[in-house]
Design a protein around this ligand. Structure first.
Ligand code: UD1
Ligand code: CA
Length: 457
């Protein structure tokens, strides 16, 4: 089998985005554009992936660490110049090299595979992935000769009126014979409207040297959308969102309103789970079967078991079990572990806490840095006082504890198994198992007080 290499172009600043963030790091459905591209390329079993990054693009490198090798393009002199930077890593290789732009996040591995196959069948030196566009403004146009063979690509800014009428465009994805690519790159000049070294110019160069150049045209222009500005970014987001939601629906997930449901690319959802509108599920979230999520919930990097409902709530970086009920209006903050059959009700915040099986905090609580056992009941308005202004401290609430309403558990503190905390207590010392702790001022009733008050008027 031939060796296959890939070069991903990601060094451009993306001036048209008007952003502090590198263009290729702008997320589409929660994942940076360039990472979508690299994740698709990765499924092709290439021998090497080289991503071209700009000088000082540490954020791009950090994001893609471990997924690709890098070559630095110190100055952004154009796409041909960008590809040249991979010469040190790839120049001497025999094989096929795919070149893909980091700003085409919708491109799919199957399309790249078909492009490679087309390239091999026709024994070409270069094959361009092309598509028909009704409104091709901004894209490079494919110029064919009278016999219909590809002659060259002309950039929009360099094109004549006549050439601009061409609706077949360069998608920015190509397949090359590796050696022929690096040879042709040396001959590219920057004599054009933008003063840049254009990668598409290698087509004309190869052609003039009698090499075979082919085009592989696909039907779906959506897949090749290049994101140069925020308007295209929102278009890409919408297309990707539809694609992801459709995949889940085909897998047996009910999505009540796919236009208003936002699911990240890497999210996994089990059968017969229902997702209600206004819900965002992102990161590496895995949701089980028969769950009800939403409306209006936000879940990021969580695992959720089966038959759990999360309504109008937010959960981050946490593990949530099966048969759990969360919300409405609950907030599960990072590093929490919510075990099976738990109930977290309205206006409850949980942070960095293990919340044991079958335990409940039904209303208005803050439980942070705590270890809550099984079958515990946290009364309305009770909180862990975990912060002394400098450090965080831990609260341990053992199995079967009943915390009365509006209690403060001042950490570090341990409430022993089966203990009761009287409502309104401020607990500053450990409570032994099975004890009743009352820590509040005693009530005094002053008989006839109101009468006396009125008498003195
Ligand atoms: C490019 C193509 C155009 C094609 C379109 C498809 C060129 C000259 N034009 O135009 O024919 O229709 O893509 O979307 O190639 N980059 C670098 N270094 C640079 C310049 C760019 O790494 O010096 C990277 C960018 O980060 C981007 C990609 O190359 O990911 C494409 O560059 P961009 O400036 O967006 O090219 P387009 O004008 O869209
Ligand atoms: Ca582009």
């Amino acid at each position: 089998m031939t060796n296959i290499y890939a070069i991903v172009l990601a060094a451009g600043q993306g001036t048209r985005m008007k952003s502090k963030l590198y263009k290729v790091l702008h997320p589409v459905c929660g994942k940076p554009m360039v990472e979508h591209v690299i994740d698709q390329v990765s499924t092709l079993n290439t021998d090497k992936i080289v991503t071209i990054v700009g000088h000082g693009a540490e954020a791009v490198k950090a994001q893609l660490d471990g997924k690709t090798e890098f070559a630095v393009q110190e100055e952004q002199l154009g796409t041909a110049h960008a590809v040249m930077q991979a010469e040190g890593l790839l120049g001497d290789k025999e094989g096929i090299t795919l070149v893909i732009c980091g700003d085409t996040p919708l491109i799919q591995a199957d399309t790249m595979k078909a492009l490679i196959e087309h390239h091999q069948q026709h024994q070409s030196s270069a094959t361009i992935l092309t598509v028909h566009m009704d409104q091709p403004d901004g894209y490079g146009r494919i110029i064919r000769n009278q016999e219909g063979f590809v002659e060259r690509i002309v950039e929009h800014k360099d094109a004549t009126e006549e050439e601009r009428k061409v609706q077949e465009i360069n998608t920015g994805t190509y397949c090359f014979d590796n050696k022929a690519l690096f040879e042709a790159l040396k001959k590219v000049s920057n004599d054009n409207a933008q003063g840049e070294y254009y990668l598409p110019d290698v087509i004309e160069i190869m052609k003039s040297e009698g090499k075979t150049v082919a085009a592989y045209q696909i039907d779906d222009f959506e897949e090749t959308l290049g994101v140069n500005d925020r308007a295209a970014l929102s278009q890409a987001e919408k297309i990707m969102r539809r694609r992801i939601n459709l995949r889940h629906m085909k897998n047996g997930v009910t999505i009540v309103d796919p236009d208003h449901t936002y699911i990240g690319t890497d999210v996994v959802i089990g059968q017969d789970t229902i997702i209600y509108p206004g819900t965002m599920i992102t990161g590496h979230t895995v949701i089980g079967e028969d769950c009800e999520i939403g409306p209006n919930s936000e879940i990021k990097d969580c695992t959720v078991g089966d038959r759990t409902s999360i309504r109008q709530s937010v959960a981050y970086d946490s593990a949530i079990g099966s048969d759990v009920k969360i919300g409405p209006f609950a907030h599960i903050r990072p590093d929490s572990q919510i075990e099976d059959e738990v109930r977290i009700g309205n206006f409850v915040e949980i942070k960095k806490t293990v919340f044991g099986r079958g335990s409940k905090a039904s209303h208005l609580s803050y439980i942070g840095d705590a270890e809550v056992g099984k079958g515990v009941n946290i009364g309305c308005g009770s909180i862990t006082v975990n912060y002394d202004g400098k450090n965080k401290h831990k609260t341990k609430i053992e199995d079967g504890v009943f915390v009365g309403c509006n209690s403060n558990l001042v950490a570090p503190v341990t409430i022993g198994k089966g203990a009761y905390i009287a409502a309104g207590s401020t607990i500053t010392e450990d409570v032994p198992g099975d004890a009743l702790a009352i820590a509040r001022a005693r009530q005094i009733n002053k008989d006839g007080y109101v009468q006396k008050l009125n008498h003195n008027k």
